[in-house]
Design a protein around this ligand. Sequence first.
Ligand SMILES: [Ca+2]
Ligand SMILES: [Ca+2]
Length: 258
Amino acid sequence: MPALRRTALLTSVGVALGAAVFLVPSASADIPPGYYDAAEGKTGAELHAALHEIIGNGTHLTYDEVWDALKVTDEDPADAAGVIMVYSGASMPENANGGDADQWNREHTWAQSHGDFGTSPGPGTDLHHLRPSEVGVNSIRGNLDFDNGGSPVDGAPDSLVDEDSFEPRDTVKGDIARGILYMAVRYDGDDGFADLEPNDSVGNDSAPFMGRLSVLLEWNTQDPPDASEQARNDLIHSQYQNNRNPFVDHPEWADAIW
Ligand SMILES: [Ca+2]
Ligand SMILES: [Ca+2]
């Protein structure tokens, strides 16, 4: 299991160089032995169904609890009192959270209108797809689908936007794609929320779909999981939700399903 070996190696390197270097959480769970046993060897709809069973029993936070969680999961590695904005990469003070123009808020990378799940405990509070974003940048992204192309975003010039889609900066493209694919497997319509699924369209508006699937799969390959994304997954699993994003642990499962 390469993900296990990689995390173990980075942890030992981090310890050798001083624990603060990589900020590996001391309670890092890694992948519990046997966690993915029921998924091994499966592909397509069978793999989707097996992963849904494995990750479907997680804990849901309240929308208020998401504030404090994001201050930990998206902490600035250079400043423990800062958080990293997903689309700009900027660091903002963690306590500057709120709804004003100079604050950051809780960006649903799977836009909450796509399936109309709101902010009650469930998909609207699921940390695997929630990220900090400047209020203005969050507003520009709105509920657009993801795709390549557009003009630099005001306040996040490494991300692009046009009339029907949004392209995040390169270093988070894979992270966002894997978060979207997690949502599709986690939410299958058996818990009172819509069955979320990716499709190859833009302009999905309020349908429970998110595009563009072919581009998300490209981003998953172009920007593979790194140590910080793995640590974020460990943290959400061990400290907040008791479930993992399987596509961070096994990015190859995205192409195996879709
Ligand atoms: Ca990345
Ligand atoms: Ca689904």
